[in-house]
Design a protein around this ligand. Structure first.
Ligand SMILES: C[S@@+](CC[C@H](N)C(=O)[O-])C[C@H]1O[C@@H](n2cnc3c(N)ncnc32)[C@H](O)[C@@H]1O
Length: 225
């Protein structure tokens, strides 16, 4: 968690062009982001600082949850903690939280996000962070489901990849996301899946690089749609 590489990735997220109105198609203040491995908030705080209206943070470690809550409060953001591990709805009466910490495994994320969507709560989710090593693959199905079905968005998938295997693994990751999009939306899903960028965050061990793949999942809009 406390590494120089995470600091550069935090700064990259903060300045992502895909968090600006031009690429989002609306101001970030009209969007939500999901961090499925929020830790102490390295990436979650970057989304909030970039203007995202609501950041939903899944985290299972009670120490990290408390650090996340404190950090958010010190940034002046309203934060509420709900979930299977603990509940701290202390700010519920002071307005809409900027960050919601879900104190539970992200295995429960889709059931919550599905209810949130069906009830029309909160702005659409346009970014999902999957920050887990050596691979965040277990969370990708949830990430695909979490993105707004009408507008799509970006999944930031963290992976440790052998230095000499990056190109092959990148193609494999895209293929896996394509498979998941078919699984979630059916064979005629009408979506483009591509890796817009692969960030080499840091050397994890002599021959292994911590990479982040920015996977864009975009509904293809026909002139009539
Ligand atoms: C590598 S850390 C990343 C943290 C964050 N990006 C940061 O830099 O602060 C991964 C985090 O995911 C949490 N985690 C692991 N499995 C999880 C799960 N199934 N659901 C939610 N959080 C999980 C761990 O407790 C840890 O804090």
């Amino acid at each position: 968690m406390f590494s120089r590489g995470n600091t550069s990735e935090k700064a990259r997220i903060l300045n992502l062009p895909t968090l600006k109105a031009e690429q989002l198609g609306c101001p970030p203040e009209k969007t939500s982001a999901v961090d499925l491995y929020a830790g102490i908030g390295y990436f979650a705080f970057s989304y909030a600082r970039a203007g995202v209206k609501h950041v939903l943070c899944w985290e299972i470690n009670p120490w990290s949850i408390e650090a996340l809550r404190l950090g958010a409060t010190r940034n002046g953001w309203l934060v509420t903690v709900v979930g299977k591990i603990m509940e701290l709805k202390t700010v519920a009466d002071r307005g809409q939280p900027r960050l919601t910490i879900l104190a539970e495994s992200n295995e429960h994320a889709w059931e919550r996000l599905r209810k949130r969507r069906s009830r029309g709560f909160g702005p659409p989710v346009r970014h999902v962070n999957c920050g887990f090593l050596p691979s965040s693959e277990k969370s990708w199905e949830t990430a695909v489901k979490a993105l707004d079905p009408a507008e799509g968005g970006w999944v930031h998938a963290h992976e440790n990849i052998a230095k000499n295997d990056i190109e092959r693994r990148q193609a494999e990751v895209v293929q896996e996301f394509e498979r998941l999009v078919v699984q979630v939306y059916g064979p005629n899903h009408g979506r483009k899946v591509e890796c817009e960028h692969l960030e080499r965050v840091k050397s994890y061990s002599p021959h292994v690089i911590h990479c982040v793949l920015d996977i864009a999942i975009t509904p293809v809009k026909t002139p009539a749609s």
